[in-house]
Design a protein around this ligand. Sequence first.
Ligand code: NAD
Length: 332
Amino acid sequence: PAVSSLTLTTARAEIGPLRQKLREWGQQYYEADQPTVPDDVYDQQYRRLVEIEERFPELVSPDSPTQQVGGAAASEFTKVQHRIPLLSLGDVFSVDELHGFIERLQQAYPADQEFNCELKIDGLSISLRYEAGRLVQGSTRGNGLIGEDITANIMTIPSIPHQLTRPIDIEVRGECYMGKAAFLKLNERRETEGQPTFANPRNAAAGSLRQLDPQVTASRHLSTFMYNVADYHDVKATTQSELLAELQELGFAINPDYQVASQLATIDAYIAKNQQRRDELAYGIDGIVIKTNSLALQTEIGHTVKVPKWAIAFKFPPEEAHVKLEAIEWTI
Ligand code: NAD
């Protein structure tokens, strides 16, 4: 039934099993790195939960998947408490919704707002801590507050500097991913060896990073693009685009395809261009992220318990091959 036709009673009856289903899918995806349903199936159900909670705010509870980031840290790893939480991103699935989000921000904060457009890399969040310029800890996002200590694994990834170009204390955040070529090779090898293959590069990256033996991680050809820092006081940059340049100067790999935009038309063109060249890229992207460019304004706008309010992910529709695969899976 349409969400608009639900009553409080029918909504309450639906919401429990719906949350439970999302929790189980989330555990398989975030904790076991083996999703049991395609992402768009998860996204549709998640979206329904959001709509029900928007219509009946009295049903929102802190244990809802809409109020929680990611999954629990695996017990095999030492836990890392994130001093500043690692958040998720709000998402939209149409240009109209995206325009609505941007226009609401522009109305609420009328001073001329610039946005930084970035590719949404299909990997997993990592956080890297440096002391006096030296890499001391790497961790996963986990549930945003508590992640997994994967320092030894992080040390094997070639794009992550062990020493920065300046001797600063800083916590840098970004995406760890597996390139398309490495992903295909890995799955081929696993198939020959009779091991289960990974559903997609994101899960392959997560499975490769969350390994107890760093040599396994080292053999998986992981890469990174860093795009954020935990504390803006630690950088000279005053905007997101300057921050990316500063991270590059410090020695990090950053994704070069970012663009500052202040007009909706420019943002639309960025989306269209990158959606078109998606297949040509050596790594997977599942959308575009639009961020308020001023770091001071980001801080002023703030965040919810789950997502920053100054950024949004525009998700691409699922790819052809995936749609077919899903159709087969769902018609059986
Ligand atoms: P997300 O992956 O959709 O978006 C947030 C993440 O985007 C950030 O944490 C960051 O890691 C990443 N990111 C990539 N490029 C970025 C950039 N340039 N700037 C900032 N962040 C960037 O959110 P999520 O909460 O990690 O996961 C939700 C998604 O996971 C859903 O869209 C869903 O499709 C999928 N999921 C699937 C299943 C399943 O069963 N198939 C289950 C749970 C979740």
